[in-house]
Ligand binder design. Structure first.
Ligand code: HAM
Length: 423
């Protein structure tokens, strides 16, 4: 029978990599806590309508990238392509933002998009996501952008670029949309097929088409800053002033519109030069109308998500530290079969003393056990002589020294030794 592989665009995170993932999540989680964000856990699938109404009917995600199916009850269900709509749904459903209350929430987990797989782009990928709900002020946008930058700083990522834009609001965007439509209509003979489709449905998306011909046309397109209403203009100025106050360098990109329709006012991305075409390690912005689009009251929001898979790629590329790999401190070894039970009991005692300990469970030879022990700091060797004296020989695997210690004293002995080693 042929073997069954993981579906295209998915991959297994194996032990050699998984502890590095844990380090990234732990570091992000500490930064989230330090900024006052609380962790939440959400369903991985939601009603399809949440995304069609929330993310937007005319987005690539909703039009062609969602994993959607009917469940046994005939309901249309979608594997979440992103987290923001789910967070807002949860906030509405659980009354987290009633009477002007705000909520700062973060989560991480797998997202699903049926995109063409390439470096840094998967069909199941992982995001670390933060959302600040209930605060319309520009200070919240600055806080969120600062949080994303702080996570990358703590992880040691270098050569990142913060790019920001304002995409306007429901008052000024329709005016800008009309101007764009008129402009692109006049150039429609030179637009790519995708952009021709976008023309009526979502002309703003033409602005960030990666095709050269469309890019050249987009360069001459009307400037969004000329269309922003006073409120959006003021908000954007405050965000920029806030970032400057904190000393963050950023670039303006008036063509940054992002691929999700819920954005209002601020949109931003953090780009890495070490990723190739899929160069965004994080993206986010403000979404003041998402709540009403999915049936909630008026709950403004601003947030971001960073791609765990891409962070991992950049960190490997830049040789960043992932902290210390988890290790077993003590490996207990038997010289012969008669001391196997004693080794098992010793390992159990060490573990009860919170010492990372392991021993052989498959009846392997002394030589094979010592090979496993070589990955640890200490080997506790028990043979007939040690057994007779209720003791074990403790071998320091770094300097080769060996001492005989009574079994009952071993946990304290190891604790002291490892304290000295770490001092
Ligand atoms: P997004 O830009 O679609 O925004 O995704 C955020 C990040 O997720 C990207 O910058 C990238 O690092 C990662 N990412 C996206 N798609 C893939 C993929 N196929 N493979 C690997 N990584 C990927 C959002 O999802 C918004 N919900 C962000 C947000 C939160 N806006 C406001 N709050």
């Amino acid at each position: 029978m042929s073997i069954i592989n993981a579906p295209r665009g998915t991959r297994d995170i194996l032990p050699g990599e998984s502890w590095k993932w844990s380090y990234i999540i732990r570091t992000a989680s500490e930064a989230m806590n330090d900024f006052g964000f609380s962790e939440i856990h959400l369903p991985i699938f939601e009603h399809t309508e949440l995304f069609s109404r929330g993310v937007g009917e005319t987005t690539d995600i909703v039009e062609k990238e969602m994993y959607t199916f009917n469940d046994q009850g005939g309901r249309s269900i979608t594997l979440r392509p992103e987290a923001t709509a789910g967070v807002m749904r949860a906030a509405i459903e659980n009354n987290l933002c009633v009477q002007g209350a705000s909520a700062k929430l973060w989560n991480w987990g797998p997202m699903f998009r049926h995109e063409r797989p390439q470096k840094g782009r998967y069909r199941q990928f992982y995001q670390i996501d933060a959302e600040c709900l209930g605060i319309p002020n520009a200070a919240a946008d600055v806080e969120v952008i600062a949080l994303s930058i702080e996570i990358f700083r703590r992880l040691g990522l270098k050569n990142l670029e913060v790019v920001i834009n304002s995409v306007g609001c429901e008052k000024c965007r329709p005016i800008y949309r009309e101007k764009l439509l008129k402009y692109f209509e006049a150039h429609k003979n030179n637009l790519c097929e995708t952009c021709l489709n976008r023309l009526e449905r979502n002309p703003l998306r033409i602005l960030d088409c990666k095709k050269e011909a469309c890019g050249l046309i987009a360069e001459g397109a009307p400037d969004i800053y000329d269309s922003l209403c006073d409120e959006c203009r003021e908000h954007f100025a405050e965000v920029r002033a806030g970032l400057e106050r904190l000393g963050f360098a950023y670039k303006l990109n008036k063509r940054l519109v992002r691929g999700l329709d819920y954005y209002t006012k601020t949109a931003y991305e953090i780009l890495s030069g070490d990723l190739g075409a899929q160069n965004a390690v994080a993206g986010g912005g403000r979404y003041d109308n998402l709540s009403s689009a999915i049936g909630g009251g008026k709950i403004p929001g601003v947030g971001f998500a960073c791609g765990l898979d891409r962070i991992m790629l950049v960190m490997e590329e830049q040789g960043c530290s992932f902290g210390k790999a988890p290790e077993v401190l003590v490996y207990s070894v038997t010289l012969d079969d008669s001391s196997r039970p004693a080794v098992q009991i010793l390992t159990h005692e060490l573990r009860k003393n919170n010492i990372a300990a392991a021993c052989d469970t498959s009846g392997r030879s002394f030589k094979a056990q010592m090979k496993s022990a070589s990955a640890c700091k200490f080997a506790c060797i028990i043979g007939p002589d040690e057994l007779a004296g209720n003791s074990a020989s403790i071998k320091n695997l770094q300097d080769g020294s060996q001492v005989l210690v009574a079994l009952k004293d071993i946990p304290d002995y190891i604790k002291n030794l490892s304290r000295i080693c770490h001092a």
